[in-house]
Design a protein around this ligand. Structure first.
Ligand code: NAD
Length: 485
């Protein structure tokens, strides 16, 4: 007999309470064994002055149950309020966002009749780490941080997911033709991990054509694994073309807990009218049931839902003259799904999560730091906030006139483009100049040489705003060369 699982539930804002009531009613009717702790998050909590939208008592519940079914919330306009989703994901180490994107042709209008893909998005790294700096009047910077350990964990998760869910192919999406170090690392780790799953077909897409192909030929995709930003973009494209922004659910998985939700927001424009479609949150709950060892119940609910849709019982957001037999509100849609529990769809393919209760928990690989490489300091990039004539040769002459030991100026670049020496154009309007100093032949340099260099620059009124040490790792260059170099 299945044991009862404790979960934390938040009814959210806008249409949240309506779709959560519907979802919990269907779960209860289907016999899901849940012990529910209810917490309050979102608008009311923000308005009490808790800038994260979640208070300490709610954190206690999340830490206890480690399983969160969350209705959408409204993020108040104006500064200072932090994104609740980002806070929960980061605090609970939820590194994986899983979003199935399916089209329900011909019952739900879609431009893409054949589509059944799952997007596995890395959730913690990349530009979303939010490490940003204003460096000069003209230039701001965001750091894109990708780690081998973070890449390996999400990529392995995607392959394990494919294996457990019986999927045939995993596609990697990156932009490693441009970002050879960060995206190159992600792609390389993908190729390495793929070797452990020979039964699964693999391929790689550059994000621009990959995103276009998801929109135009989604049947070419099965499981997609990608970095945070690309995942954010392609999962919305996929949801949109499947015709089901109001239908999709997603899960956020980590070692310290998991969160399940609809992909849409709190829809304040239709709140309180009893017309919201509860399907997105219900799909989130179906993912949750698989995660907590109630796969048979998940299968029963999912098949009842498919039968409801193919019987033409639709809420207003997906209703169409051709395919809708009865247009219903939230409550009647809920009843229609409950009446069909135990039935299978006849035209669409039924889902098969198993006829006994078990879990679809995907193994989370341990984080193991890579083997230590031989790291050699070979120079430094010093970014100067310099307002001279905009002729970089003037800046180069100024620097070359200084007494700098063991390091020499190799190039000057602006936003990655070489502007000195022998550049196409010896004039570039900028206040942000990257001066690359490399060790002189036959010398070895250490951080003391860099400190000395910075001290010399400072005493000659050259304002450095950032430095990046240049290393070789196992004799291989650990930095890119400038365009035009
Ligand atoms: P939204 O997803 O709430 O609504 C977009 C459109 O889709 C609206 O016209 C809405 O009526 C419709 N819609 C959405 N869900 C529906 C459903 N289940 N049934 C029928 N129609 C549905 O996006 P928005 O309007 O940009 O955002 C509203 C609020 O939701 C904002 O405060 C935003 O910050 C928040 N939001 C929260 C989450 C979350 O909690 N995970 C996600 C996205 C947006």
């Amino acid at each position: 007999m299945t044991e009862t699982t404790s979960i934390t539930v938040a009814h959210g804002d806008g249409i949240g309470p309506e779709i959560m009531t519907s979802t919990l009613d269907i779960l209860s009717e289907a016999g899901a064994k849940l012990d529910i702790e209810t917490i309050e998050i979102g608008e009311k909590v923000y308005k009490k002055g808790v800038m994260s939208g979640i208070d300490d008592a709610s954190w206690d519940s999340l830490r206890r149950t480690k399983c969160f079914l969350k209705a959408p919330i409204t993020t108040p306009q104006g500064g200072g309020f932090k994104s609740l989703n980002v806070t929960i994901r980061k605090s609970m180490g939820m590194f994986a966002n899983i979003r199935p994107c399916v089209s329900y042709h011909p019952f739900v209008k879609t431009t893409q009749p054949v589509m059944d893909m799952v997007i596995v998005r890395e959730n913690e790294e990349d530009l979303y780490a939010g490490v940003e700096y204003q460096q000069t009047d003209n230039v701001a910077q965001a750091l894109k941080l990708i780690s081998r350990t973070g890449s390996e964990r999400i990529i392995r998760y995607a392959f394990e997911y494919a294996r457990i869910m019986g999927r045939k192919k995993v596609s990697c999406i990156s932009k490693d033709n441009i970002m050879k170090m960060v995206d190159g690392l992600f792609h390389r780790v993908f190729d390495e991990v793929a070797k452990d799953y020979p039964e699964i077909e693999t391929n790689h897409w550059i994000v621009d054509i990959g995103a276009a192909r998801i929109a135009s030929k989604p049947d070419q995709f099965d499981v997609i694994v990608t970095e945070n930003l690309y995942g954010d973009i392609v999962s919305d494209i996929a949801a949109e073309v499947s015709g089901s922004v109001g239908l999709g659910g997603s899960s956020n998985i980590g070692a310290k807990g998991a969160m399940f939700e609809a992909i849409h927001g709190s829809a304040p424009d239709i709140s309180g009218q009893g017309i919201a479609n509860p399907s997105g949150l219900l799909h989130g709950a179906i993912l949750m049931l698989q995660h907590i060892g109630q796969a048979k119940t998940a299968q029963n609910i999912h098949n009842a839902w498919l039968k409801t849709i193919e019987d033409g019982v639709h809420t207003g957001d997906i209703a169409s003259a051709e395919h809708t037999k009865v247009k219903v509100g939230t409550e009647d849609f809920t009843k229609a799904v409950m009446e069909r529990l135990g039935q299978l769809p006849e035209k669409m393919t039924p889902v098969t999560y198993g006829d006994v209760e078990h879990d679809h928990c995907i193994a989370i690989s341990e984080v193991v730091l890579p083997k230590k490489m031989n790291k050699e300091l070979v120079g430094v990039d010093v970014f100067l906030n310099w307002l001279g004539s905009n002729h970089p040769s003037e800046l180069a002459s100024k620097i070359n006139a200084l007494n700098i030991k063991d390091l020499e100026l190799e190039i000057i670049s602006v936003q990655g483009l070489k502007v000195w020496p022998e550049a196409f154009d010896d004039f570039k309007i900028s206040d942000h100049w990257c001066c690359r100093f490399l060790k002189k032949d036959g010398t070895a340099v250490c951080n003391d040489n860099i400190i000395e260099l910075l001290s010399t620059l400072k005493s000659n009124n050259l304002d450095f705003v950032k430095t990046e040490n240049l290393y070789n790792f196992d004799s291989k260059r650990g930095y890119t060369v400038a365009q035009g170099q």
